[in-house]
Design a protein around this ligand. Structure first.
Ligand SMILES: [Zn+2]
Ligand SMILES: [Zn+2]
Length: 537
């Protein structure tokens, strides 16, 4: 073992002991030793225990550790520590500005177990009120995590879209052509992006010196002749399985094409939007001319599931409502956290009564714009909702979500959700799996059972539009639609700007072939008011 690796192992031991709140003197002596070893040029290889003990500044116990590391590559103590610490918690130790003590606090007090969960906790302002943290620390922690995530080579769509669009503009300008387009997963609006692919009709590579790229995502530029642009665009945009299924039609690829529409009509198919070119049954539908008109952002009439200062949001109800009005929306569904979510300022019944008064006043002020009295009710461990019936019945609508006890097996998780769906006060199921893209898988659920139950109970399903969630996964939308379940594209906004996240929900909803008439919050104010009251009866 190299001296450097030995120093690292001792440092990690010290950090983990601190995470687990062990003896501070022992921790201090280990981290001092690690520091010294890191700086030393003494070669520790092949030294006997006695020789190690003789080295200046290395005591008996450290020498024993070094010897054990030399012999076995690890120590018993380190192995035991690693065993009782989740891998994600260990990863959190690598985040700049978060020492072992803070990691321990985040883990114990917020239940955060990975850098991704920590990032999301920052997005939800969980660190602002946490002792020893605050808004500034929260911001720097968030930045530090974003940096590591970017280095892992995978990016949330939302974090690279701006770069991609700027790149297209830049290429159009520098290459003096309109024949520039995103291709690949970026054009298909996939939720995770590894590379931005761009196609340019040009003879030689563009000069990229003038392009200041904001994000670390790799960029690949493909060149083609102008007359080949649409054929190349088509080939570079679709997923391989889409192209393979086209091949089975036994029609040769057109030798020229003036547009992608022309290519599809060459195959005798209805036009297929880029988002759909995944090889998931879209070609069959196009053959029968059955691809519906996909939902667009402008179809949305309101927004449900949003947080304010009353729980863990940044802005007041009035601020949020005014932003909605500025966006041209007709209603705003308020869904602060319920009482069990104490870490997120969940509302006790007496607080709710105060909040409803404020809503009544604002509703008079902003009419006909409407603020609906909703709640994001925690689904408790046994599947029940978080208030007694006399409170539940006073809400206009209820989003039921799981926030605690995320480590369940499929059967337990499904049963828990089913109970919540069967509760007559549940209007919709919030973020069905609790996943965080690129950082947390979410609990396993039997999607078919859950969707069937929503259909049977007239419960809508949320497509949480936060770009880190996008949960319900769009791949399940067709099944939900087939069963007649409405989908609600919810931003889960914790601040005004968060309302715009509905756009990312629309991007993936299109991939799932959602249409405006099957989207709950594409209904106008009157229709949704009726829908809520029908559901309550
Ligand atoms: Zn939630
Ligand atoms: Zn929420």
């Amino acid at each position: 073992m190299q001296t450097e690796a030995i120093a690292d192992a001792i440092k990690l031991t010290a950090q983990l002991l601190e995470v687990h709140g062990e003896n501070p003197f022992k921790i201090k002596s280990l981290s001092n030793a690690a520091y010294r070893l890191d700086k030393t040029d003494i070669d520790l290889a092949g030294k006997s225990l006695a020789e190690l003990e003789a080295i200046d500044g290395i005591g008996k116990s450290i020498a024993a550790k070094i010897f054990e590391l030399q012999q076995t590559g690890t120590t018993k103590e380190l192995r035991a520590l690693l065993e009782k610490t989740p891998a994600g918690v260990i990863q959190m130790l690598g985040i700049k500005g978060v020492g072992p003590k803070k990691v321990a606090q985040l883990w114990r007090e917020l239940g955060v177990e990975s850098p991704g969960e920590l990032h999301y906790a920052c997005c939800e302002n969980r660190l602002v009120e946490l002792k020893g943290f605050g808004a500034k620390t929260q911001e720097s922690v968030k930045k530090a995590i974003e940096f590591t995530m970017a280095n892992a080579g995978k990016f949330h769509y939302a974090s690279v879209e701006k770069t991609a669009l700027q790149l297209v503009d830049y290429l159009k300008k520098t290459m003096q052509t309109e024949l520039v387009s995103l291709t690949g997963p970026m054009r298909r609006k996939c939720e995770i992006i590894e590379t931005i692919h761009v196609l340019v009709a040009a003879d030689e590579s563009p000069d990229m010196a003038g392009f200041e790229q904001e994000s670390a995502v790799p960029v690949e530029i493909e060149l083609c002749k102008p007359e080949e642009f649409y054929r190349a665009l088509f080939l570079a945009s679709a997923d391989v399985s889409h192209l393979k299924q086209l091949e089975t039609l036994n029609i040769a690829f057109p030798t020229e094409a003036a547009s992608e529409e022309a290519i599809y009509s060459h195959y005798g198919l209805q036009y297929i939007a880029p988002e759909l070119r995944e090889g998931r049954g879209e070609i069959l539908l196009a053959q029968r001319n059955e691809i519906p008109t996909l939902i667009e952002f402008s179809d949305l009439r309101g927004t449900l599931h949003n947080h304010t200062k009353w729980s863990d949001g940044m802005h007041s109800i009035q601020d949020m409502a005014e932003k909605c009005i500025a966006m041209g929306l007709e209603y705003f569904g308020l869904c602060d956290h319920s009482q069990s979510a104490f870490y997120a300022g969940g509302l006790k019944p007496e607080k709710l009564i105060e909040q409803w008064k404020e809503i009544d006043t604002l509703n008079e002020k902003f009419a006909p714009f409407k603020i609906f009295k909703g709640i994001e009710s925690d689904i408790l461990h046994d599947g029940s909702l978080d208030y007694p019936e006399e409170i539940l019945k006073q809400f206009d609508f209820i989003v039921a979500s799981v926030h605690s006890g995320l480590k369940m097996d499929r059967e337990k998780a499904t049963t828990r959700l089913l109970r919540a769906i069967e509760n007559p006060y549940t209007t919709m199921l919030g973020h069905p799996t609790g996943r965080l893209l690129l950082s947390r898988e979410g609990y396993p659920i039997d999607h078919e059972k859950i969707i069937d139950a929503c259909a049977a109970n007239g419960v809508a399903i949320e497509l949480n539009a936060h770009p880190y969630r996008l949960d319900l996964d769009w791949r399940w939308i067709p099944y939900a639609l087939e069963k007649g379940v409405l989908i609600s594209i919810n931003p889960d906004a914790h601040e005004k700007e968060g309302l715009l996240d509905m756009y990312f929900g629309v991007c993936v909803a299109r991939k799932g072939m959602l249409t405006a008439d099957k989207c709950l919050n594409a209904q106008n104010r009157e229709a949704i008011t009726n829908w809520f009251s029908r559901k309550k009866q």
